[in-house]
Design a protein. Structure first.
Length: 482
């Protein structure tokens, strides 16, 4: 937690939990718990490897592999817990998701190669700005200064290069060509698109994804106009998403280690071949590498099939989906905190699956956003002055509540994204607390009965050595060798 406070101060951002009035630095707490789990697991592996080295006299790598496979349930379980912790690191990035909508009137290539320019001007502009990739597609090699076709969001610059219209036997496609830049470096092109199938009633959205280690960038073509090549984009920057996939791979590896059959392991360790410690370690490492490769291949296939696929939108062609679109998603965007919070709380009545008007891309949502902006900035009819002082916290809260009350009066309480009654927040909390209390009571009774049964049992021959006894023996050996 201290490291996050010093090097990543944005992790102190507070988010509401159970109710809007209760705000805690959930991400900071999450990262702290994940770091605690990681440190505990590393400590267990270091201690176990040290004990095994003293027992066998082998090198650290061989000792680590042998320890993990000799006590598969224990150390495989540690790896599973490590994977879960890494997954929660990825979940923690959800608090820092960002989204913006932008409408670009003309792509850069169309503007630079405009028919209004002379052939010499077009040729000069192409020589300075255009390049051709391996597929023969024209791409921009620089971002023209003050280009109206580019916009900045976060640490990235997005350059709208071209709008491509194509068709085949099954569908009509409209694809935007967008290059992503950071610190003057071209990170590559992405191609968000709309696919309109000939046998389907609605177009689908093909989301373009630029995957990076620290964050994923999603570019969505939410609207377009073929004649003038106007395009509306929605861009998401989602930090730490890749860590969810990495955590899944670690979890799957730990599960596989726990499930390795004993007879197969014995066959591996007794087959003819190299008998040195290095040779045996190489065989075991090769087995683990093969297993990890299989898991990674399955995960990459799952990501490829689900990451960029088309997802059906609820907006019909002509309302942000077809060539008559004027980019409803980018219209009437919030300009202050009260407007943004109110839009995220109010559901669009257009028929979508509980999508708020902040995210909804249809014309209805655009009109309702304009209404919310008007409500938040409402003026007193007598004085003509703003009714709410948006410079103060109390003023923003009053404007927010006024927008919600007016909206609910028009569309009913079902138009709210979260329930307003405190009872609806209280019941889940009581359920969680009651469940934990019940688990504690049952656990104590179970442990007490186990102790009573053990005390009453007659003494007999010593039990066979099992994993628990071996673990205790290792701990005692570690203490005696310190």
């Amino acid at each position: 937690i201290i490291v996050c406070l010093i090097f990543f101060p944005h992790t102190t951002m507070k988010t509401p939990i159970f109710a809007k009035s209760i705000q805690l630095p959930i991400s900071l707490i999450n990262f702290g718990l994940c770091a605690f789990v990681l440190g505990s697991i590393i400590q267990e592996f270091v201690r176990g490897t040290s004990v095994r080295r003293k027992q066998t006299g082998s090198d650290p790598f061989t000792s680590l592999i042998g320890l993990t496979l000799a006590k598969r349930r224990k150390y495989g379980g540690y790896i599973v817990h490590l994977g879960v912790a890494v997954i929660f690191v990825g979940f923690g990035g959800k608090a820092y998701d960002r989204m913006t909508d932008k409408t670009i009137k003309v792509p850069s290539i169309a503007a630079g190669m405009s028919k209004d320019k002379s052939p010499a001007e077009r040729e000069k502009w192409a020589a300075e700005n255009l390049d051709v990739d391996e597929d023969g597609t024209r791409v921009m090699k620089v971002v023209p200064p003050n280009s109206p076709s580019a916009f900045q969001f976060g640490d990235y610059v997005f350059l709208y290069e071209d709008l491509l219209d194509a068709s085949d036997d099954h569908k009509n496609t409209v694809t935007a060509q967008v290059s992503v830049w950071k610190d003057g470096e071209n990170l590559g092109q992405v191609f968000p698109a709309k696919w309109d199938y000939r046998k389907g009633g609605e177009a689908t959205t093909e989301v373009a994804i630029k995957v990076r280690a620290s964050e994923d960038v999603y570019v969505v073509l939410t609207g377009y106009e073929l004649e003038g090549k106007l395009a509306n984009f929605r861009v998401f920057i989602n930090p730490l998403i890749s860590w969810v996939w990495i955590g899944f791979l670690i979890l799957a590896l730990g599960t596989l280690i726990c499930l390795i059959p004993v007879d197969r392991l014995d066959r591996l360790t007794h087959i003819k071949g190299p008998k040195t410690r290095l040779g045996r370690a190489g065989e075991i490492a090769l087995l683990l590498l093969l297993a990890f490769g299989i898991i990674a291949g399955l995960a990459s296939q799952a990501s490829a099939s689900g990451g960029g696929g088309g997802q059906g939108e609820h907006v019909k062609p002509g309302m942000g989906m077809g060539d008559t679109s004027v980019g409803w998603a980018s219209m009437n965007r919030p300009t202050n905190e009260a407007e943004s919070d109110a839009m995220k709380e109010l559901l669009c009545p257009c028929g979508c699956k509980r999508e708020d008007i902040y995210l909804c891309k249809c014309q209805t949502a655009s009109s309702l956003r304009a209404w919310v902006i008007e409500l938040v900035n409402e003026r007193d009819t007598a004085t003509g002055q703003p009714r709410f002082n948006l410079a103060t916290k109390d003023g923003r809260e009053a404007a927010y509540q006024h927008a919600l009350d007016t909206y609910v009066a028009q569309y009913g309480t079902q138009s709210l994204a979260t329930p307003q009654s405190r009872i609806s927040w209280l019941l889940p909390s009581l359920g969680v607390i009651g469940g934990l209390g019940l688990l504690f009571v049952v656990g104590r009774r179970f442990i007490g009965r186990s102790k009573e049964a053990a005390a009453a049992a007659p003494s007999g021959p010593a039990p066979a050595v099992d994993d628990v006894y071996a673990d205790k023996l290792d701990d005692e050996l570690a203490k005696s060798n310190d």
